[in-house]
Design a protein around this ligand. Sequence first.
Ligand code: MN
Length: 343
Amino acid sequence: MKISDVKFELKRYEYYETFHITGSSRNVAENIEVKVFLDDGTEGIGEASPSYRVNGEIISSLFSLESTVKEMIKGIDVRDYAKVFKIMDGLSKSAPSIKAAVQYATLDALSIEIGLPVYKIFGGSKDTIETDKTISIDTLERMVQKSIETFSQGFHTLKIKVGENLKEDMEKILAIFEATKGAEYVIDANQGYSPKEAIQFANFLYENKVNVKIFEQPIIWNDFEGLKFVREASPISIAADESVRTKYDAYRLIKDDCVDFINIKLMKSGISDALAIIEMAKTANVGLMIGCMSESSVGINQSVHIAAGTGAFAHCDLDSHMLIKEEKFRGKFVQKGSTINLL
Ligand code: MN
């Protein structure tokens, strides 16, 4: 069935609590819901959660793409979704979140047409995945309290935001570690440290036997040599997040041995580049995690289906829908605590 129309709609979601990471605090998420309509009225849905901080995306300029995208993909049969993927690849640099949403909405429409869930289209590797939950930057007391609460809700892996003050971060992590024995941690500095601070922090975590699976984006995104320097000196695994948006970034990071892990986000890469990065990382024996921006259940659904379908991720950080207020849950999956089951 052919694509007949494309519509963008602005959605605003409030966070339950201020989401504070290195250099950024937010209380509201502004997302763009994308619908792809087929000739018979079938509608596929996707969501863009744009990021100015990471992608340089601005909501108003993304909206101006609505009619252009419609003109470009109208008339394409969703069974030929690679054609839509290729056209949307042109938006890799300027509007990657829109690229992700249009690519997913196309797949969603195809999925409805053929009666096969999207994760099955991607191979159905798994029908269940586990996610972590994020503890954003706050006072030591509040971060410890939040960590205890989250761990007791069954989240085995806690994602802890750090990066604004090395000395305080060391105190916070030790306090959280003492209060949540048995938990595992993903530590995310969101580019906050210098390379030398990052190495100090990694050694500190290792010496104190803190069970850290991944230390994410310790330093500024564009310092690939610095990242390699940190990785070589660090006793714990280093991941790139802000440093890798397209498959070309991933290629450079892998070729130059800069990282142990890559954090794929559909909002940075769209689905086409995410799939390319998955294959590259698997081939090079580099680890993979999948993360999110501020997606609602509609956007998280996209990553859930890619993660389950490909089965490629050692770690899933798909929690933004739990941090924002939504009138109605709209994921095509069921979730109980940290466990996500596909339908
Ligand atoms: Mn990150």
